[in-house]
Design a protein around this ligand. Structure first.
Ligand code: GLN
Length: 303
């Protein structure tokens, strides 16, 4: 398969979408990002790397971080994680409050904000220094110690994070989170602020692609747990667009409002794409289109 040629052809085809949508601006620091950027990287399980355009530019991974947080949590707590958070698709926006009230403080899944805030709470309770453990795990996944939090993005989100604060308050009211609300929110925003490039994300997600039991920085997942993590990505990775992503792309994956998307073709490749302009569901327009064209051109999807 000539993946390099396919990536280059895809870019030509998605150019008509280049000015559609706009970047997330509810986090003021993200509003400053130049929206007209694009990068893509595909890494195969045998270690071949194909990349195109700004694949080395780091960006705010935002909700993609929730996959790393869940992986750590599963390693620490195993199936007990599911006592605190569900694993059903929500069909609602990533930051919705509605379901949380109706379902009495148990978030539908770990990839909507409410669920990820609970995961942040579990990590804070389990670990003495959750911030350094978390970044250590991510660094170890991609073998790069330069990966870091962006303090400015985290603080900027905290200053305007009224909705996430409301979610955290509701969770605390229902007794789903143990730690101090402010501490949990700040750790959640810090995890979202991590910056990585498409090449680094494709590499990090190889751990969830090749189905080998893993041990990164002491965090271990069995093949079976990796399979299940993929299942949650498939059903919940794109919020109220999870069905659309399954339909058009047909791979497990995770998006973030920084404009990044990572997807996995199990036992074959991981692919990361980035372009900041988002659709109304908070997913990258060019990114979704690029992945749809990739699985169409290669006929490689899990379906
Ligand atoms: N930090 C963002 C938020 O909580 C993450 C959302 C996302 O990437 N979908 O709103």
């Amino acid at each position: 398969m000539d993946y390099q040629q396919i990536l280059e052809d895809i870019y030509k085809e998605i150019l008509p979408f280049a000015k559609k949508g706009s970047q997330a601006d509810y986090i003021p620091a993200l509003a400053k990002v130049n929206p007209d950027q694009f990068g893509m990287c595909l890494e195969t399980v045998s270690g071949e790397v194909y990349h195109f355009m700004q694949s080395d530019t780091r960006f705010s991974i935002q909700s993609i971080t929730k996959v790393f947080a869940l992986a750590m949590c599963l390693s620490l707590k195993g199936e007990d994680v599911w006592k605190r958070v569900g694993k059903e698709p929500s069909g609602t926006a990533f930051n919705s409050l509605v379901q949380l009230e109706v379902e009495k403080g148990i978030p539908r899944n770990p990839f909507i904000n409410a669920g990820a805030i609970v995961i942040a709470d579990i990590l804070l309770s389990e670990l003495e220094d959750a911030e350094s453990e978390f970044i250590g795990f991510v660094r170890s996944l991609c073998g790069n110690d330069e990966i870091d939090y962006n303090e400015e993005v985290a603080q900027s989100e905290r200053q305007c994070g009224y909705l996430n604060a409301a979610i955290a308050n509701l969770l605390k009211y229902y007794g789903t989170i143990e730690n101090d609300i402010e501490k949990v929110l700040m750790f959640y925003f810090k995890m979202c602020s991590v910056e990585m490039s498409c090449r680094e994300l494709a590499k990090a997600f190889m751990a969830f692609t090749n189905r080998q039991p893993f041990d990164y920085a002491g965090y271990k997942l069995s093949t079976s747990r990796i399979k299940r993590l993929n299942a949650v990505m498939q059903t919940c990775g794109f919020y109220d667009e999870a069905g659309e992503f399954s339909y058009l792309v047909g791979l497990p994956g995770k998006s973030g409002v920084g404009g990044g998307i990572v997807a996995i073709y199990p036992m074959r490749y991981s692919v990361a794409v980035w372009s900041p302009r988002l659709n109304s569901k908070g997913n990258s327009i060019m990114g979704m289109k690029a992945l749809e064209l990739l699985t169409t051109a290669t006929q490689e999807s899990i379906f």
